[in-house]
Design a protein around this ligand. Structure first.
Ligand code: COA
Length: 259
């Protein structure tokens, strides 16, 4: 069904793997379209409670947007490339109500790091390298990197990373708070799944509401506290809330219907 990605669904987790290892999983137009489709399918699938995004091979998560596709672009085409990419993939992923974990298995550069940053949180193998090298190509990050990197690591660190076009290793990414955990390459997916299983014990409806409230705090002109109040109130009308509170009072484990 897909040419550049692989998808697999198992035990409530959909894994999406970018699969162009000969190009270090660089994001060309087709791959972005396929990722959009796969994330959309996973979001609509009631059996998917968590999505893991990773790259195939040991070398790269994603080594960036496909430079060969945009090297000849005009000003107008450049703007459209960024706008379309943000709409189809980066904003799309950030605003999903199904939790997305990025398992960074190697180079996450440019659009690759931007994709990892669009995920709800990140873990990395100890071999991973991350950076936004766009200014070394005469361009800037265009898939949300100038916004999400400062949010995650702070303005000064983001300024340095973007201006130097340098890479940081997994240890430094951990210290910066860019990734939440690091592990060996062999253990990376198992750790992502373990975190996924922990998430899945909870109410998926409440998790979706929490994602909306958290994201609202980063949106221009939106009051995150007001969105929190609204989402909090909405939870009281869900079956998950009835089950979660009843289970607590009855001293049993909740079995959330996800509604
Ligand atoms: N776009 C298109 N092709 C890419 C790519 C990208 N962002 N990143 C890697 N590739 C391709 C290479 O062109 C090469 O293809 P080829 O074998 O047909 O020549 C293949 O992937 C392997 O990459 P290579 O550069 O030979 O691997 P390396 O181990 O020597 O270097 C990197 C690895 C990640 C340091 C290097 O590939 C790189 O700098 N990539 C670009 C990173 C970047 O600037 N990304 C931001 C884009 S906005």
């Amino acid at each position: 069904m897909y040419t550049n990605i692989l998808t697999a669904q198992n035990n409530g987790i959909t894994r999406i793997t970018i699969n162009r290892p000969s190009k270090l999983n660089a994001l060309n137009k087709d791959t972005i379209q396929e990722l959009h489709a796969a994330f959309r399918v996973a979001e609509l699938d009631t059996d998917t409670k968590v999505i893991i995004i990773t790259g195939s091979g040991e070398k790269a998560f994603v080594a960036g947007a496909d430079i060969s596709e945009f090297a000849h672009f005009s000003v107008g085409e450049g703007g459209k490339l960024a706008a379309k990419g943000q709409e189809l993939l980066f904003d799309f992923v950030a605003n999903l109500t199904t939790p997305v974990i990025a398992a960074v298995n190697g180079f996450a550069l440019g659009g690759g790091l931007e994709l990892a940053m669009a995920a709800h949180f990140r873990i990395a193998s100890d071999t991973a390298k991350m950076g936004l090298p766009e200014v070394s190509l005469g361009v800037i990050p265009g898939y949300g990197g100038t916004q999400r990197l400062p949010q995650l690591v702070g303005k000064g660190r983001a300024m340095e990373m973007i201006m130097t076009a340098g890479m940081i290793d997994a240890q430094q990414a951990l210290q910066y708070g860019l990734v939440n955990h690091i592990t060996t390459p062999e253990e990376l997916l198992a750790l992502a799944e373990k975190l996924g299983s922990k998430i899945m014990r909870n109410s998926s409806v409440a998790i979706g509401a929490a994602i909306k409230a958290i994201n609202a705090g980063y949106e221009d002109g939106v009051n995150g506290y007001n969105v929190e109040i609204e989402q909090f109130g909405n939870c009281f009308g869900t079956e998950d809330f009835k089950e979660g509170t009843s289970a607590f009072l009855e001293k049993r484990k909740a079995d959330f219907p996800g509604k």
